[in-house]
Design a protein around this ligand. Structure first.
Ligand SMILES: NC(=O)c1ccc[n+]([C@@H]2O[C@H](COP(=O)([O-])OP(=O)(O)OC[C@H]3O[C@@H](n4cnc5c(N)ncnc54)[C@H](O)[C@@H]3O)[C@@H](O)[C@H]2O)c1
Length: 274
């Protein structure tokens, strides 16, 4: 469902990810798609993103209002707000791309709601790589999936695990594992930093059987994610070194680019990758 300008896309959240996607849609980086609306509560952020666009779209007060005017809504706010955006989108006739994947953990009800309304929830690969290979390997069965995330102190500041354990991130002199647990535990401990573990879990073994390690590295200037997976198809080892987003050091630049790549995939006649 799209109008003559192509797929009408609405963005919720004009931060590091949402702002970048707005600019991509505005400048024609996604052929066959148009920026149809923006929902952002912070007036200054909204203005600063809209002022930089050639064709600023209308602003919407709520995700529901946005969804009613779009074919697809991109959630780029927070795991806590993601369920509201998903619900608003699918019940107002729009598909939804979810960046705050942690907000989907344990929410099979949202997937069922989307199914009842004939809509789709898309989870981009985000700040990692290889979800295609993990999904393919899962067809024949996976035995073990581990994600090791290494970040500079600034990328982990303020996370519940760091606050609750009183960790002084500036005090570490060498790379140190500060968390080792299941993806379900990781989502609660680092809700803003490890959406990737939620996405990996959805692709592979689920949140209870996916292992996550978080490493703080005072010398790191990138966010590093390493995935290992073993199963009937063999052993996968994948690593990405991400540059932090220019607008938000907690967000890898690749995450916004991954969403843009997904939008291109949705509008293209040639689909590469499984
Ligand atoms: N999937 C991944 O790999 C991945 C990677 C990085 C970040 N993320 C997640 O994506 C989300 C967005 O990341 P970001 O770096 O752009 O964050 P950001 O903080 O830069 O931007 C979030 C924006 O949402 C706005 N906002 C807050 N409440 C709102 C509301 N009720 N309605 C509308 N707008 C609202 C904020 O004002 C802000 O502009 C976060 O949840 C982040 O954890 C996912």
């Amino acid at each position: 469902m799209s109008n003559r300008n192509g797929l009408r896309i609405g963005i919720v959240g004009a931060g590091a990810i949402g702002g970048r996607i707005c600019r991509a849609l505005d400048s024609g980086e996604v052929p066959g798609a148009a920026l149809a609306g923006l929902c952002e509560v912070d007036e200054a952020k909204r203005r600063s993103v809209l002022d930089g666009l050639q064709h600023p779209p209308p602003s919407s007060a709520t995700p529901a209002e946005l969804a009613a005017a779009c074919d697809l809504v991109v959630e780029a706010v927070s795991p806590g707000f993601a369920p509201e955006v998903i619900e608003a989108a699918v019940t107002h006739g729009a598909d939804v791309v979810v960046m705050s994947v942690a907000g989907l953990v344990g929410r099979d009800d949202l997937v069922e709601l989307a199914a009842r309304h004939g809509r789709r929830i898309y989870v981009p690969t985000g700040a990692i790589a290889g979800l295609d290979a993990v999904r393919a390997a899962a067809v024949a069965g996976l035995d073990e999936v581990t994600l090791t995330t290494t970040k500079p102190p600034a990328g982990l500041a303020g996370a519940p695990h760091v606050v609750e354990h009183g960790l002084d991130l500036a005090a570490y002199r060498e790379p140190t594992v500060i968390f080792d647990g299941s993806a379900r535990e990781a989502v609660a401990a680092f809700p803003k930093n490890v959406n990737v573990s939620a996405a990996l879990s959805l692709a592979g073994l689920g949140v209870d059987r996916t292992r996550v390690r978080v490493v703080v590295d005072p010398t790191a200037d990138t966010n590093r994610h390493e995935i290992t997976a073993t199963g009937a198809a063999g052993r996968l080892t994948l690593a990405v070194d991400n540059v932090p987003s220019p607008d938000n050091p907690k967000t890898s630049y690749l995450a916004a680019l991954s969403a843009i790549a997904l939008l291109r995939r949705l509008t293209s006649s040639l689909v590469v990758g499984s």
